[in-house]
Write a protein that binds this ligand. Structure first.
Ligand SMILES: [Zn+2]
Length: 111
């Protein structure tokens, strides 16, 4: 089944508007806490929209109170928005993930 072009454009626009509404709800929650911010409200909205309000790792929808702004602890830059579950897993396994990725990427050795 194919849709007329205007209908497809309307569906995409509606989807984007819904994502922006959802991003604003998640931002309101994030900015209700006290403490230092890694991103401005504008930067946070851009990140949320780019990630379609989903976790950057597992791609589950970010829920109220169930997400964090993940950042590199060595260099300080923001990497992405993660659900609490992925953030916790990454915190425990980050070093090992790099070791495994380097191991998998190794060139084959001729025996
Ligand atoms: Zn996740």
């Amino acid at each position: 089944m194919s849709y007329p072009k205007e209908m497809l454009e309307r569906m995409v626009a509606d989807q984007k508007a819904a994502t922006i509404r959802r991003a604003k709800v998640l931002i309101k929650e994030n900015y209700s806490d006290e403490g230092p911010r890694l991103l401005s409200m504008e930067q946070l909205e851009k990140r949320l929209v780019n990630q379609e309000c989903k976790c950057a790792l597992c791609e589950k929808e970010l829920g109220m109170g169930q997400w964090v702004v993940d950042h590199c602890h060595k260099q300080g830059h923001v990497r992405g928005l993660l659900c609490r579950s992925c953030d916790s897993w990454l915190g425990k396994n980050e070093r090992m993930v790099a070791v495994v990725a380097a191991y998998i990427a190794k060139e084959p050795i001729d025996d």
